[in-house]
Design a protein around this ligand. Structure first.
Ligand code: SAH
Ligand code: SF4
Ligand code: F3S
Length: 578
């Protein structure tokens, strides 16, 4: 068996401790041996779980690209692969065994193949060790806190010719300026905080992602502004609980303040995930109702409709408090779509408690919901409570699912006949003539259209509903939609914006108008002086003086200096259009 070096292993008890936060402005240098190895080699990443993992994938892709690897989306071609795991419900481990096994052919073809295991499962006690036993191609095991050390750790794997396990249980680090290769060029996820402090009794997340650490407001804003400048159309602010953003700074910073500042960047669509109900504030609601670029959609996980069950779950609100919040939200933002997460079969759940969940859903009328059967997670308090028999959970799950489907149908039917400006995701997997898109209220809409509309906003009228998706028709000529999209991207570019601003200033500047007139007069005088040896030199000197003044005018020189940069942007756009 290959040598295994255990640098650190998962320890869920340690994970629950709060460390002092150290901030790093930059990440570690790339080891030379990794650069050599990366040349001509390809990486592949498969991600499970939530957006936190998706964002980690983008960052890991950024690191590997910096090291010199190129990307492949075909696992069979990979020289290095990462399995980015999720631990939120059970069975994850079984799936991972199968996944690891599927890379056997890669290893047999070339023994230098490296498999990296990453993500939340690695943070569970004793799990990583069990994966190492029979798979020599597992080269590196990292936890969620070790993503920013991916390259140095890979360098170490190569240098020591060993498997390295590096799963730090808690992190005190917030690393900024992370490299990243985003998965698409029009919508982006931006972390505002890492980890979670809530410790709901069923949940593994605080153990696998550690205690909550907020990113500095200016760092989040800078990342968002950068995305706006690159023509991004949608930003989703991410945190396990966005509502507690900034509390760790103890300086009065709030999520409402951040949300408003991000809304002011002008990003066309702004969303956030996830809101812990009892920390949803009036200030947030006020910001949401004042900025039209904040989407009328709120994911508002209730988990259960029963106050006693919520108490056992460690959720810090009652059914009544949750419902009061929903009414307040609906009053402030009447067209808001509310979605939720629900757990059935939580330990000790009685039929009466379950009925409370059903009646709450009927009262709130969610536009859709994620429903889960409770799954015991080792090391969490609920795993030790009295469990509900699986057949009872399944039967309740089916009843809840039926109700959620009815509510989803009802809210989808309400969309028929309405027009939405949707963000196009691309051709659907089943039919390349059909485009997939999302409306601002989160509804999935399919409509007929060309693939080149991917990433564009399109006006679509909903014609029919199919429970989980809507069908619609494009209301504008696709070429016009595309032209508007190109104009949008062009206008988002800061260099182009500066150029247009200077051009406007040039056209409105009285000094430049006067210079223009002086030039016309000087030209006339020069023409009249032609052949007149006495007058000509003075007229010529006057003409040249005006030309010089024009050449040296700061507004004009500034504008002309930007011309090359604008031309480059246009060339890039042309390339993209091809
Ligand atoms: N921080 C977010 C997301 C947490 S995980 C939040 O608080 O909403 C996403 C969802 O998975 C949770 O909302 C919950 O409904 C579900 N979940 C978490 N742990 C679970 C468990 N042990 N069994 C079943 N569902 C679970
Ligand atoms: Fe888990 Fe609760 Fe934190 Fe959400 S708020 S991540 S459910 S502990
Ligand atoms: Fe899964 Fe980790 Fe997210 S456990 S849901 S990937 S935080």
């Amino acid at each position: 068996m290959k040598k295994v070096i255990y640098e650190s292993v998962a320890n869920q008890k340690e994970a629950a401790k709060r460390p002092d936060v150290t901030r790093y402005e930059d990440h570690a240098a790339i080891p030379e041996n990794l650069k050599t190895f990366a040349k001509g080699r390809r990486f592949f990443i498969r991600t499970y779980g939530c957006q936190a993992n998706v964002r980690d994938e983008e960052v890991m892709a950024g690191y590997l690209t910096e090291a010199g690897f190129t990307r492949t989306f075909d696992p069979n071609e990979a020289d290095l692969a990462i399995i980015n795991t999720c631990a939120v419900r059970e069975n994850a481990e079984d799936k991972i065994y199968g996944e690891i096994g599927s890379f056997k052919a890669n290893y047999e073809r070339d023994h230098s193949f490296l498999l990296v295991l990453a993500g939340c499962v690695m943070g569970e006690n004793g799990v990583a060790e069990s994966f190492l036993k029979s798979y020599p191609w597992v080269a590196l095991v990292i936890g969620t806190h070790d993503v920013s050390r991916l390259n140095p750790l890979l360098g170490e794997v190569l240098a020591k010719k060993a498997t390295i396990v590096n799963v730090r249980s808690f992190s005190s680090e917030v690393v900024e300026n992370l490299p990243s290769v985003r998965l698409n060029a029009y919508e982006a996820f931006v972390n505002i905080s890492y980890g979670c402090d809530k410790f709901c009794t069923y949940c593994i997340v605080p153990y696998t992602r550690g205690r909550e650490r907020s990113r500095r407001l200016e760092d989040v804003l800078k990342e968002c502004q950068d995305l706006v400048n690159h023509g991004y159309k949608q930003i989703t602010l991410l945190g396990q609980n966005v509502n507690s953003y900034g509390l760790d700074f103890k300086d009065g910073t709030t999520f409402a303040e951040l949300l408003e500042k991000v809304a002011k960047t002008g990003i066309p669509h702004l969303r956030f995930l996830t809101s812990y109900p009892s920390q949803f504030t009036d200030a947030m609601l006020d910001v949401m109702s004042r900025y039209s670029n904040i989407d009328p959609w709120l994911h508002f996980p209730v988990q259960s409709g029963s106050t006693s069950c919520l108490k056992r779950m460690g959720r810090r609100y009652t059914r009544e408090e949750y419902l009061a919040l929903v009414h307040k939200i609906r009053k402030a933002v009447p067209n808001i779509a509310l979605t939720t997460d629900l757990i059935v079969g939580f330990p000790g759940e009685t039929e009466e408690e379950f009925q409370d969940t059903l009646s709450l859903c009927e009262e709130v009328r969610y536009s859709s919901a994620y429903t889960f059967i409770y799954s015991p997670r080792p090391g969490t308090p609920a795993a030790k409570m009295e469990q509900v028999p699986p057949e009872v959970s399944h039967e309740r799950f089916n009843r809840l699912k039926k109700l959620i489907d009815d509510l989803t149908t009802e809210s989808s039917n309400e969309c028929i006949g309405k027009t939405y400006t949707v963000l196009v995701q691309g051709p659907s997997k089943k039919d390349s003539n059909i485009l997939t898109s999302y409306a601002p209220n989160g509804k999935l809409i399919h409509f007929e259209g060309p693939a080149y509309l991917t990433g564009a906003f399109a006006p679509v009228k909903v014609t029919s509903s199919h429970v989980y998706s809507l069908h619609g028709e494009l209301l504008e000529d696709p070429l016009i939609v595309k032209a508007k999209d190109v104009a949008f991207t062009l206008h988002a570019d800061p260099v182009v914006r500066e150029y247009l601003k200077l051009d406007e200033e040039v056209r409105n500047n009285p000094e430049i108008h006067a210079l223009g007139e002086a030039l016309v007069n000087a030209k006339k005088a020069l023409a009249l002086a032609q052949g007149d040896d006495q007058k000509y030199p003075a007229a010529k000197a006057q003409y040249e003086a005006v030309v010089k003044q024009i050449h040296e005018h700061p507004l004009l020189t500034n504008r002309d200096a930007l011309r090359d940069a604008v031309e480059d942007t246009l060339k890039e756009l042309q390339e993209d259009l091809r």
